[in-house]
Design a protein around this ligand. Structure first.
Ligand SMILES: [Zn+2]
Ligand SMILES: [Zn+2]
Length: 353
């Protein structure tokens, strides 16, 4: 076994503290990575705080992992020692089902998440990227292009692919399409960047008028709607081909469905509250509109996203933090106090005690 060290949550308080554990030996199709950076995803916060009531402790979270390959098994083709590699939400799947054959490992009925989220995930416990070393089958790692910032590209491995995949799948990736982005956080700000890079028109829809300036001036969105302003909402009715909804707290869906054109899609990405199912108004759907969900992306598409991001100079806006700041960062994330993603500088600040 390989020795590993990271930060784990031990109980529902979610407090993260130093934790020693082991990784499996590097197999023929595995790479071992020295982790350099790991982004903090909202899912990490939800899971360590047991938001869904199904967390299994101890938990080393983290599924926006960038590292350098330190071992490559003899059947590894994609990587050699010294290459940069990235790992997102998934480290395994059945590899046999229709979805796996279609490169949609993220929709495999037997996914293996990068860190164990549910008690029912099986016997093997997996730990994530708030740690110094990771072993992963090479299939589930993507190549990191030289041109891209390592800290800035870490969040692309979850937040980035989560918005990129539906923009591509639902054909919003071209000039003439109008995309609405609800919520300007980790996912939302990347949806704006990818939408613009594809040449689509992008409108940010936010409950906070204060975000107008950053949406337009910093992120180059084409327009901004304050969702509580009925005049602004009214003026945009029937104008959008797709809406990327990143908000994870309950909110009314009818006003958003009203913004869609015929055949428009309201795409839900925020983690729902299991205890409070959303109310879905059906009448607006009769305009041949769809309400749909989407979750991260397959490995092939994640590689495509990473290459596209490098080519178009897209990275996440990040606040790089030291490992021992992680609990404060979680408190700030819970308050929405980050623009737009924390990334932990693992390689320089995680010291094995
Ligand atoms: Zn995530
Ligand atoms: Zn499968």
């Amino acid at each position: 076994m390989q020795r590993a060290f990271g930060y784990a949550a031990r109980d529902h308080s979610g407090a993260l503290s130093p934790f020693s554990f082991t990784r499996r030996p590097n197999g023929d199709r595995d790479i071992t990575m020295k982790i350099l950076y790991c982004g903090i995803c909202h899912t990490d916060l939800d899971v360590i705080k047991n938001k869904h009531g199904i967390s299994s402790y101890p938990i080393v979270p983290g599924h926006e992992i960038v590292g350098v390959v330190t071992q490559a098994g003899r059947k590894v083709n994609k990587f050699k020692v010294g290459d940069k590699a990235g790992v997102g939400c998934l480290i395994g799947s059945c590899r046999e089902c229709d979805n796996c054959h279609a490169g949609l490992e993220n929709y495999c009925p037997k996914p293996v998440y990068t860190y164990t989220i549910f008690e029912s995930d099986g016997d093997t416990k997996h730990h994530g990227g708030y740690s110094d070393v990771l072993v992963v089958e090479e299939h589930f790692a993507v190549r990191i292009p030289d041109a891209i910032s390592l800290a800035g590209c870490a969040p692309l491995l979850c937040a980035g692919i989560t918005v990129y995949s539906p923009i591509r799948h639902f054909g919003l990736d071209r000039p003439g399409k109008r995309i609405g982005v609800v919520g300007l956080g980790g996912l939302g700000h990347l949806a704006v960047k990818f939408g613009k890079a594809f040449g689509a028109g992008v409108t940010v829809i936010s409950s906070s008028e204060r975000k107008r300036q950053e949406a337009i001036e910093e992120l180059k969105a084409d327009s901004f709607i304050a969702s509580h302003d009925l005049n602004q909402m009214q003026a945009a009715i029937g104008t959008m081909d797709g809406i990327i909804d990143t908000v994870s707290v309950a909110h009314p869906l009818k006003p958003l469905l009203d913004l869609l054109r015929t055949d428009g899609k309201l795409i839900m990405l925020g983690a729902p509250d299991l205890e409070k199912p959303a109310q879905v108004p059906l009448f607006p759907l009769f305009g041949r509109k769809s309400l749909v969900g989407s979750m991260c992306g397959g490995i092939k598409e994640t590689q495509e996203m990473m290459d596209f991001a490098a080519e178009h100079n897209i990275t996440s806006n990040v606040e790089v933090i030291a490992m021992d700041y992680v609990n404060e960062a979680m408190d700030r994330l819970a308050r929405g106090d980050v623009r737009y993603r924390f990334v932990i500088d693992i390689v320089n600040t995680l010291t094995n005690l």
